[in-house]
Design a protein around this ligand. Structure first.
Ligand SMILES: Cc1cc2nc3c(=O)[nH]c(=O)nc-3n(C[C@H](O)[C@H](O)[C@H](O)COP(=O)(O)O)c2cc1C
Length: 185
């Protein structure tokens, strides 16, 4: 049976570069795997009362159920104020509860970050990794994926242009698959 890898982009923006990277990665799936984009567009802000009072909004329950069908995760994060955008941190938080039933546990992960600027969202990439330690997600170390000038990587249809970045992304996806096979429980 195919292994399923969830692709989560940390942006709600319609023309999000992170979403476009996610779309580009879909075509890079190797045999034996399925890549599934998981939208965060409708995920409410997590409130602990939801679980404490048994009033979990449907969108969060659905998100948790979808995440349970996933064997590994590729996170694609932009950077907001040198850290992880709230939408992605919120997804981590919503999926991590109720306590002991986290949807993230033991799933091998990769973190790809990008920015229109030169620093490639390094800060967000590493802040995200801090949460992954606690969530018990083995996160691929190499290659590190920092994409700069992301606004120059797509054509007018939002398709990733041919070139060194596309080749590098394919290498990173291939490395993640090796990482996944080594770390999946
Ligand atoms: C609130 C806010 C904070 C931002 N902070 C940073 C930042 O710290 N570093 C950075 O490289 N870009 C920053 N940016 C610019 C984003 O990299 C840019 O908007 C990017 O396109 C967002 O990702 P997306 O295209 O996937 O939506 C910020 C943008 C916003 C709206």
């Amino acid at each position: 049976m195919n292994k399923t890898i969830g692709i989560l982009a940390g942006s709600l923006r319609k023309e999000s570069f992170s979403k476009k990277i996610g779309k580009a990665i879909l075509a890079m799936v190797p045999e034996g795997f399925e890549f599934k984009v998981i939208s965060l567009d409708d995920l409410p802000v997590y409130n602990q009362d939801f679980d404490d009072n048994n009033e979990v909004p449907k969108a969060i329950s659905v998100f948790r159920e979808v995440m349970k069908t996933v064997d590994g995760v590729i996170f694609i994060t932009p950077e907001y104020n040198r850290s992880v955008p709230a939408v992605l941190k919120n997804a981590l938080d919503a999926g991590s509860r109720p306590y002991g039933k986290s949807v993230w546990n033991a799933k091998p992960a990769a973190v790809f970050s990008s920015s229109p600027g030169n620093l490639s969202a390094f800060g967000a990439n590493h802040h995200l990794r801090q949460s992954l330690v606690f969530l018990n997600m083995p996160a691929m170390q190499q290659p590190e994926v920092y994409l700069q000038k992301v606004n120059e990587l797509f054509d007018e249809n939002g398709v990733l242009k041919e070139g060194t970045t596309k080749e590098f992304l394919q290498k990173a996806v291939n490395a993640y698959i090796v990482w996944f096979k080594r770390n999946a429980e």
